[in-house]
Write a protein of this length. Structure first.
Length: 242
């Protein structure tokens, strides 16, 4: 069992190393966002507090071919014990809400293809806005609309650097951090191992991410990590905010 786990981890590292090379060979693939690293701001920026009417508009690109998949508008519609963010896509129409409680801790997360309800809530961005901090959070989640099942979720959040980063909405000071959910339990019983990871550029001024880029991979019985199944590989880019 231990040998199998080591082999899986080794194959996964090879995949993560090879992925940028493979994408670079695709002429039309979406380049990895390149920010300019800056020193830790003093004082540390304060995250904008939520208010009803705050809004963020994102264009979502397919990383493999740069195609704009949709444009999603997210708006704060209620603030109190819970902060509710209503969401809709230009193509997709109404989307599941995001719920935070308190601000910065997600209870209902619609970001991935299967919306999740976490019990307890977990951070959406690093609690300490400082590079070099790595935290791991364990929780359980239910699938929205299916309250009978509960599944393990573990999230590694690694703060990398403060960067000046460009999006269609402008230039922003953002904390670049990397999320990884290694070997979480899927509600799809045919998936025997699952990994999701993403890079996020979070702007305290905006109160949300400026760029968010990530995907997931999984295998089923008889499938190896040399040839995993892929979830959508998407990059969210802030177009406007208020």
């Amino acid at each position: 069992m231990a040998t199998d786990l080591i082999q899986v981890m080794y194959l996964r590292r090879l995949l993560l190393i090879a992925l940028p090379v493979l994408l670079a060979g695709c002429i039309s693939s979406q380049p990895f966002p390149q920010g300019m690293v800056v020193a830790q701001p003093v004082p540390t920026p304060i995250v904008r507090a939520p208010k009803v009417g705050q809004e963020w508009v994102y264009q979502i690109r397919n990383v493999f071919n740069q195609e704009i998949v949709d444009t999603v508008t997210e708006q704060v519609v209620s603030v109190g014990r819970e902060i509710r963010i209503a969401r809709s896509g230009l193509k997709a129409g109404p989307l599941p809400d995001e719920i935070q409680s308190p601000w910065g801790f997600v209870v209902q997360d619609p970001h991935w293809s299967t919306p999740q309800i976490f019990q307890p809530a977990i951070p959406l961005w690093p609690i300490q806005l400082q590079p070099g901090i790595n935290q791991f959070y364990k929780t359980q989640y239910q699938v929205l609309g299916y309250p009978d099942g509960s599944y393990y979720w573990g999230l590694s959040m690694n703060s990398l650097a403060w960067e000046q980063i460009q999006s269609p909405a402008g230039n922003f000071l953002a904390l670049h951090f990397h999320n990884e959910a290694p070997y979480f339990q899927s509600n799809d019983l045919f998936r025997v191992q699952n990994i999701r990871d993403e890079d996020v550029w979070f702007s305290p001024e905006v109160g949300r991410w400026v760029i968010r880029r990530g995907s997931g991979r999984y295998i089923t019985l008889g499938v190896s990590w040399f040839n995993p199944y892929w979830e959508d590989y998407l990059q969210w880019e802030l177009v406007s905010w208020k």
